[in-house]
Design a protein. Structure first.
Length: 108
C-alpha cells in the first residue's frame, strides 16, 4: 500500500511539473528588420525623448536606445520586436508602439 501511495505521489508531482513547464512557455516572438531614422520627439511635439521613424509605417518608441544612437537624424537599421504596448507619449493614431531593439547599426 505504501509503494502504491509513493507511485501515485510521484506521478502527481511529475504531472504538476509538466503542467508548470507548459504553462510558462513564451508566446511566439516576431523579430522584424527595419530601416529608418532616429528623431528627437520634442522636435515633433511629442513627450518622447527619441522615436524611430521607419521608412514605411508609424513611428515606434524604443524601450532602450544606446547612447551612441541618440542623435537626431541618424539613419539606422534595426532588428527588433514591435510590442503590443504603446508608450506614454503615443498620439493614439497607431503611432507610438514600443520597440524592443535586439540589434541596431548605422545605415550607411
Amino acid at each position: 500500500m505504501a509503494k502504491l501511495a509513493g507511485k501515485i505521489r510521484l506521478f502527481f508531482m511529475l504531472g504538476l511539473t509538466v503542467m508548470a513547464i507548459l504553462a510558462c512557455s513564451n508566446d511566439e516572438i516576431s523579430i522584424v528588420e527595419l530601416r529608418g531614422v532616429i528623431t528627437e520627439g520634442a522636435g515633433l511635439g511629442l513627450d518622447c525623448e527619441y522615436i524611430f521613424q521607419p521608412d514605411a509605417g508609424n513611428y515606434l518608441v524604443p524601450q532602450f536606445l544606446p547612447l551612441n544612437f541618440r542623435v537626431d537624424g541618424t539613419s539606422v537599421f534595426i532588428k527588433g520586436e514591435i510590442l503590443d504596448l504603446f508608450a506614454d507619449c503615443a498620439n493614439g493614431s497607431g503611432n507610438g508602439r514600443l520597440l524592443r531593439i535586439e540589434q541596431i547599426s548605422a545605415d550607411n
